[in-house]
Design a protein around this ligand. Structure first.
Ligand code: KMH
Ligand code: ZN
Length: 308
């Protein structure tokens, strides 16, 4: 049985600074969170950047360059940069940092969708920054754009152009078929790292039968050519990742996807979530993949062939 790859998405673009003091914001905090998550057992670190003053998601390559080299010099983790970016960014904005950094991996979102995170603004709280509440409220009218042309462009520029491989983000069953279309067209080569995502409003719900169905559909479409991973938003994070481990899959945790460590308890760090899922998986007699093993499983180009 293959070892389990733990990915950790340390900050993302969904949660805002007022929601948790543990959310890394500055380049120093993002670097520290990434290194600690790697020490706790993560093989892949999925990264977004934020404006260091306000915490608002930013596509600025100069901000990415303040933490990418630090992480690379301090640990062996596979660095995976978002191409989804943040809610207000154009596709060109979203691609600026990945095109400069030429990382081993990038996320690739497999379809356009409604992406509604307005629920996060419903709870009354003191907002630290003026942008936070409108950013969240505005998502009732937000389309997360990822057309077939956009997807093809990313596979050409980053994949064929720089040897970057992808975490294919599939938020619903149709996204798996979109990936099958891209494979038929020859845009991407196996092994396909398929991240099935549950519980985003606009995507498939966090119901265990949906996990089974996404897995069955991916088996049918990709056979032995894919490596399966699971993430679930919010309170479903740990139970879905546990199910994934039991079913032979890989897992993604991190404060991008959930701010909690247990029912009613906020996580104090990304590393705490990595340590928890690692303990659960090891208690189930599963072995955790090192970054080197993840590189071998996913046939990555190597950490020495990146642009930072
Ligand atoms: N926040 C996740 C549900 C991306 O960065 O490309 C999706 C994500 C998107 O990770
Ligand atoms: Zn992300």
């Amino acid at each position: 049985m293959s070892k389990v790859i733990i990915s950790c998405a340390v900050t993302g673009a969904i949660h805002t600074p007022s929601m948790s003091d543990a959310l890394p914001i500055t380049p120093e905090e993002i670097a520290r969170a990434s290194i600690e998550a790697t020490e706790a057992g993560a093989a892949i670190i999925h990264l977004h950047a934020r404006n260091p003053q306000t915490g608002e998601p930013t596509p600025d390559p100069a901000v990415f360059m303040q933490f990418l080299p630090v992480i690379k010099q301090s640990c062996d983790a596979v660095i995976n940069i978002t191409t989804g970016g943040g809610l207000k960014m154009t596709l060109a904005d979203r691609l600026e940092a990945p095109m400069m950094a030429k990382p081993e991996m990038c996320s690739l979102n497999m379809g356009s969708m409604n992406f509604n995170i307005s629920g996060a603004a419903e709870k009354p709280r003191e907002w630290k920054h003026a942008w936070e509440k409108p950013y969240l409220d505005g998502t009732v009218d937000h389309i997360f754009r990822n057309t077939f042309k956009d997807i093809e462009g990313i596979t050409q520029e980053l994949g064929k152009g720089h040897g970057t491989r992808f975490e294919f983000e599939c938020y619903d069953v149709g996204h798996l078929y979109n990936l099958a279309y891209c494979i038929d067209k020859g845009f991407v080569e196996p092994p396909f790292f398929v991240q099935t995502i549950f519980g985003i409003t606009g995507g498939i719900g966090a119901d265990i039968r949906n996990l089974m169905f996404m897995r069955e559909t991916a088996d049918k479409l990709f056979g032995k050519d894919y490596v399966w991973s699971v993430l679930a938003a919010g309170r479903n994070q740990m139970n879905f990742c546990t199910m994934a481990g039991i079913m032979g899959g890989n897992v993604r945790v991190g404060l991008e996807d959930s701010l909690y460590i247990a029912k009613g308890r906020m996580a104090t760090s990304n590393a705490q979530q990595v340590a928890k899922i690692r303990r659960i998986l090891e208690d189930l007699s599963l072995d955790i993949a090192t970054p080197a093993e993840a590189r071998e499983i996913l046939k990555l180009k190597g950490g020495d062939r990146v642009g930072f």
